[in-house]
Ligand binder design. Structure first.
Ligand code: TXA
Ligand code: MG
Length: 317
């Protein structure tokens, strides 16, 4: 049988060293992380980083998250502060991104940070990406591996379907453990959540021992691109719906919904972590089925539910 995904490679020593070679040559590869799949390139190389923006069709004013193996690597590029160390101790490596001040002598390509004086940095937990970061002498710029404004990928196949032949190498790390992007917390002044994730504002407040503000997506635009439509299947979405017509897709949560062709249950057992893992998978599935409208039932706002609601309301814009 013909391999229909010639650009997907399993994780083994040979393919890991291939991945490293691509990155050293300033080429891009698709990589798994615990949150979503990413499109990785050398963050110290203007050439590599420009390729990321081009392939994703991403506006140059929307900065990337830079991924590091450890504190020694990280210290070279950003100013670490007390709040950072507290959160680092509790959550790293893991699904949290910190916005910090960039050091003057940092080697980061200016285009990676959209010429800002701040940088978003993350130390991912996924074993595969860590095995790669460990042997490189540069950090990786890794946005989610989707075309700008589209649904983030949670499997290697999703990445292949986003980029087709224009991405030649994707490492297959299986389905993402979390399925939603990392929590972004701005630590350049008073701590503030710019994007909720598995780690929610209450978790952050508890560790910092102070109330943490949440960016509501209104006037104070901290991150370019944070207001715009995002995570979108390209079909209108209506939130907090109770019922739908047969020709509309209905995304629901919990046992009380009947089974039907147009009903997509995020978690029959009302497990929000399972719902998070299923969200982008289901949006992608619905997108490929030609529905004209997606309705969504109400989804609890506790735990990762806050992040699920955040992504759905941005997808609905
Ligand atoms: O889970 C994740 O974070 C995934 C995986 C691949 O690591 N990456 C990811 O990257 O979601 P991306 O590029 O899709 O989202 C980056 C977010 C954007 O909302 C961007 O505006 C924000 O981080 N960001 C980047 N640099 C920033 C900065 N200096 N200040 C504020 N926000 C920033
Ligand atoms: Mg993204």
């Amino acid at each position: 049988m013909r391999n229909i995904y010639p650009n997907i490679f399993k994780v083994n020593n040979k393919n890991l060293s291939k991945a490293v070679d691509y990155l050293k040559k300033k080429q891009l590869i698709g990589v798994p992380t615990e949150t979503v799949y990413g499109l990785a390139g050398n963050a110290y190389s203007t050439k590599a980083v420009k390729k990321i923006y081009l392939l994703k069709n991403r506006p140059l004013k929307n900065p990337l998250i830079i991924h590091y193996f450890n504190l020694d690597q990280l210290r070279k590029d950003v100013e670490l502060n007390a709040d950072f160390y507290k959160l680092y101790k509790k959550f790293c490596p893991g699904p949290i991104t910190f916005v910090l001040k960039k050091k003057k002598n940092s080697l980061l390509a200016a285009v990676a940070t959209a010429n800002l004086k701040t940088v978003a940095v993350r130390l991912p937990e996924n074993k595969t990406i860590r095995r790669i970061l460990r042997v490189l002498n540069f950090p990786l710029a890794i946005p989610s591996a989707n075309k700008s404004t589209q649904i983030s990928p949670v499997s290697a196949k999703d990445v292949a379907s986003e980029f087709g032949n224009s991405l030649t190498f994707i490492l297959n790390g299986g389905n993402c453990k979390i399925g939603l992007e990392s929590t972004v917390v701005d630590l350049t002044s008073k701590a503030k959540i710019l994007r909720p994730g598995l780690i929610n504002p209450f978790d952050v407040s508890k560790v910092l021992n102070k109330k943490t503000k949440v960016h509501t997506g209104s006037k104070t635009i901290k991150a370019p691109g944070m207001l715009k439509r995002h995570y979108s299947p390209g079909i209108p979405i209506k939130l907090n719906q109770k019922k739908v017509k047969n020709n509309e897709a209905f995304i629901v949560f919990g046992k009380k919904y009947k089974k039907a062709k147009n009903i997509f249950n995020l978690s029959y057992n009302s497990d929000l972590n399972e719902a998070a893992r299923n969200l982008y998978k289901i949006l992608r599935l619905i997108k490929n089925k030609n529905y004209k409208l997606i309705c969504v039932s109400s989804i609890p706002r506790r735990g990762i539910g806050l992040a699920i609601n955040d992504r759905l309301s941005r997808a609905a814009k």
